[in-house]
Every structure is written in C-alpha cells, then in structure tokens.
Design a protein around this ligand. Structure first.
Ligand code: FAD
Length: 259
C-alpha cells in the first residue's frame, strides 16, 4: 500500500507560533519541527505499510524557504521519501491554496491513501484535508481512531463524542487522524542516520504546473483582518488559611455559581 502523509512543519518550542501584528502573517523565526499532530498520521501510515508487507510512506510538506528539519524527523521514524514545496508566491496562502499545492503533489504519484491530522497545532483551521479530498474527488473520512485495509477498501473507526463509528470507503481516500490515537515510535539511531540520505525532492510552483495567481495572497479567499493578543490572565485572589479559609472558598464558589 502506498501512503502519502501531509506533514506541516511548524515553529519549534523555542519560538512558539504567533501571527505578526504588522504583516498578519505567521512569524517565522528559529527552526521548524514536525507538527506533533502529524506524528500520529506518520505512525499510522508506517503501521499500514508494515501490516500490508510492502509499499511506501511518502511525505508532502509546504513550507517557506525549503525547510526540511521537521520532515527529517518523519524520515527518521521510517518514512521513505519526501516532497517539499516552497515558493515566495505561497506567502499568505489560505487553506484552499495549501490544499491545491498538496493535491498537485498527490496527483504526481497517485497513492492509495492520503493521511493528514485533523488540525495543525499552529493554524488549526482544520480545513486543508477536506479541501484536498474535494480537489482530488476522493472520499474524506475525518477523526480516525483506527485505520485498516479491507481488500480494495478502507475500514475506519471514527471518534465521536460518546464512542466510535465504524465506516468503510473505497480507495483512494483522504483520512484525518485524531491526535493521540497511537503511540508514536521514537526515531532509532539507525533511522536518524538513514534519514540523512533519504530522497527529499524540492519543488516550486512552476514544477507543479500551478500559477502564482491560484495560491498565496492573490488566490486566497480568506484574509486575516486583524491580529490581537489575548487578554492577560488577571491575578487570582490569594486566601491565607487562618482556620476559616474553607468558608471563604465556599463563598467564592457560590459567587461564581459553581456551587
Ligand atoms: C497569513 C498566512 C501566511 C502564510 N504564508 C505562508 C508562506 O509564506 N509559505 C507557506 O508555505 N505557507 C504559508 N501559509 C500557509 C500556512 O502555513 C498553512 O499551511 C495553511 O494556512 C494551512 O492552515 P492550517 O494550519 O490551519 O491547516 P489545518 O487544516 O489545520 O491542517 C490540518 C492538516 O493538514 C495538513 N497540512 C496543513 N498545512 C500543511 C502544509 N503546509 N504542508 C503539509 N501539510 C499540511 C497537515 O496534515 C495538518 O495537520 C500562510 C498562511 C497564512 C494564514
């Protein structure tokens, strides 16, 4: 089985994601890492290929400046190859623009299955995978808890608020994997060493046959109008216990209508 996993490379913990108040664009400083949300889909893809006894896990990532540090983590986990798309004209892309780029890459290899996370941890619109499925004309199954091949069909357990649903769809399909549903393997030393030499293809828009007008700020149907910082959390009330603190706490809980 051939699986493509969409992996977003996001700012690392040393420079958490934020939107620049002036440009309204994601501030990119420091090294990018594999989005934690995407590590689960990489794990699910590796297990599917292992269980099927053959095939490949290919990665696709759209990112400014051809960054590969996050992609290398997924290659070290065991993915076989990666395609990284970068182009100055991609600046300001919305979810649809991103989906157009990912669809163009998927069409080049026509895998059996595309996996993505339900939402990224920095932009978190949660719209890219379903738009990708619509552009490809493939079924989209969201919030997967478990994924298994059943002949030429795919059986997916979908997470719901109070349990799960079992659904089946024909392949090829796009599936979004819920964060935390599998234990993600750590890259082994051998994996880290071999990731350095695994193929990483760098493409721009022209190589994908996409015009700059379709994507980026010009092609975007969604625009960030303003960026505001959240309100700073007010300091709480400190209760010093002189024997009646419990009464003060109960009174406070009553005021807040918690009791
Ligand atoms: C103001 C602004 C400026 C931007 N500038 C640039 C830029 O200069 N260069 C650039 O490349 N992008 C740029 N982008 C695109 C941005 O980085 C996101 O890829 C895009 O907006 C998707 O949003 P999301 O994180 O909400 O996706 P979600 O729908 O929440 O993501 C869900 C899943 O879809 C997949 N996915 C999403 N994005 C990508 C991706 N980029 N690559 C691979 N898989 C993905 C992942 O599996 C992810 O977990 C910009 C976006 C905005 C809003």
């Amino acid at each position: 089985v051939n699986v493509v996993v969409c992996v977003k490379q996001v700012p690392g913990p040393d420079a958490p994601a934020r939107l620049d108040a002036g440009t309204h664009r994601p501030a990119r400083e420091g090294e990018v890492v594999l989005d934690d949300a995407d590590s689960y889909s990489v794990e699910v893809a590796l297990r599917l290929v292992e269980e099927a006894g053959g095939g490949e896990v290919a990665l696709v990532s759209m990112v400014p400046d051809g960054a590969v540090t996050g992609v290398r983590t997924a290659l070290a986990m065991g993915a076989d190859r990666a395609v990284v798309v970068s182009d100055p004209a991609l600046a300001g892309s919305d979810g649809l623009g991103t989906a157009k780029v990912l669809a163009a890459v998927v069409r080049r290899s026509l895998p059996d299955l595309v996996l993505a996370a339900t939402e990224s941890t920095d932009g978190y619109t949660g719209t890219v995978p379903v738009q990708l499925a619509a552009l490809l004309g493939w079924p989209a199954v969201s919030f997967a808890k478990a994924v298994a091949l059943a002949g030429d069909r795919l059986r997916v357990q979908r997470q719901t608020d109070d349990g799960s649903l079992e659904v089946e769809c024909p392949l090829p399909a796009v599936v979004t994997v819920t964060a935390g549903v599998v234990e993600v393997r750590y890259p082994s030393f051998k994996g880290i060493m071999s990731a350095r030499t695994k193929p990483v293809e760098q493409l721009d828009l022209a190589a994908l046959g996409l015009s700059p007008e379709e994507v980026g700020e010009t092609g975007a149907r969604q625009q960030v109008l303003s960026v505001r910082a959240g309100e700073a959390r007010a300091a709480g009330e400190v209760v010093v216990d002189d024997g009646v603190a419990h009464e003060q706490i109960v009174a406070a809980l009553r005021t807040w209508k918690i009791l």
